[in-house]
Design a protein around this ligand. Structure first.
Ligand code: AVI
Length: 340
């Protein structure tokens, strides 16, 4: 283990981060990314910064919106195919590794099935936020008594590399919810090849993709009638105000999302409704907005099965099976790492 890795074993949480949140390094990165993004033409901001505590709560509310079909589809897939999925990954010792600590609802379906089938499983959520890890491990411990959980506070690849060197369990990595769709295509390749590098030969990736479908359904999912998705995107500007001393007037920005048929993504924007200047103290900058100028805040790529097949093969994975929901809106795809 390198010297600057501080490992704190507190209960069942291992902390591989050198520093805790609030982390000056991550604040600096936030400031630099905002500076780069708002200096770019056209303006853009990385969607990962939507997710502070408020942003994560808003995302939970999006999941509950009737228009946002993705989560229901994935839950249906897990409930329908849980036995089949587990039979594919074999019966040895398994680390069920979840990238990003979610609410645990979906993971619970697989964990309960594994425990009922006497599979020797340890659940390992990996996230850089220790509070997110703490929340997800606490609630699962309560709901599934006797479950083995090791929360890992770490960057994804560092955490997986650490696990891969630790023991000879099979890692089954979960990357659910079509999170892969929030990467630009080149970033998705970098992400998957880095994941491949961090894994051992024979490890599995169980990865969710939202499929291309009727455009009206796609648009509705990102334009919920309650305005939750708009609030979720505006949270980016709220964070800049709160953490970097920005003076964005949120009322002056309109949320807009559209389907870009060429790239195959829902593209989300915040649009300045008038000509205005915005000052951000922390980076010592004034940004000028023309009226109706946009900030790109998020891409949510939608896939064809053929895109998924190519993505897997060019990054060193073999597809074991695709699991679809009954409407064919979503697919969870089981891939295996091939190194030999
Ligand atoms: C997390 N991610 C897969 C969501 C998506 O569908 O792109 C985030 C989201 N943005 C707006 N609604 C949901």
């Amino acid at each position: 283990m390198s010297k600057n890795l501080k490992i704190i074993e507190s209960g069942e949480i291992l902390d591989l981060q050198a520093r805790h949140i609030p982390c000056p390094k991550s604040q600096k990165e936030f400031a630099i990314d905002v500076l780069i993004g708002l200096s770019h033409s056209p303006k853009r901001l990385p969607c990962k910064y939507i997710y502070d505590e408020r942003g994560s709560l808003l995302f939970e509310r999006i999941i509950a919106c009737p228009e946002y079909y993705l989560t229901d589809c994935e839950v249906e897939i897990l409930r329908t195919y849980k036995e089949e999925i587990l039979s594919k990954v074999g019966g040895g010792k398994i680390n069920l590794v979840e990238l990003g600590a979610g609410s645990g609802e979906k993971t619970k379906i697989l964990l309960q099935e594994m425990i009922a089938g006497n599979i020797d499983v340890t659940f390992i959520p990996i996230d850089i936020s220790s509070s997110a890890i703490r929340d997800s491990t606490d609630s699962l411990k309560e709901q599934i008594p006797g479950i083995k959980i090791k929360g890992l506070v770490s960057e994804y690849f560092k955490g997986i590399r650490w696990l891969s060197n630790l023991d000879r369990c099979t890692n089954v990595i979960l990357f659910l919810g079509s999170n892969i769709g929030n990467f630009e295509p080149a970033e998705a390749d970098v992400f998957l090849s880095s994941l491949w590098n961090a894994c051992n030969d024979g490890d599995y990736l169980f990865i969710g993709f939202d499929l291309k479908k009727d455009i009206r359904l796609l648009l509705n999912a990102y334009n919920d009638s309650g305005g939750v998705t708009a609030e979720f995107n505006l949270n980016l500007l709220r964070r800049i105000n709160n953490e970097l001393g920005g003076d964005f007037n949120l009322e002056e920005f309109q949320y807009y999302s559209t389907f870009d048929a060429i790239s195959g993504a829902i593209k989300s924007y915040l649009i300045s409704q008038r000509k205005q200047n915005v000052v951000i103290d922390e980076i010592n900058r004034l940004f000028f907005f023309k009226s109706w100028e946009s900030i790109h805040t998020e891409s949510s790529y939608k896939f064809l099965v053929d895109d998924i097949v190519k993505l897997a093969s060019r990054n060193g994975f073999e597809i074991i099976e695709h699991f679809f929901d009954s409407k064919n809106y979503f697919v969870d795809s089981l891939w295996q790492v091939k190194k030999e």
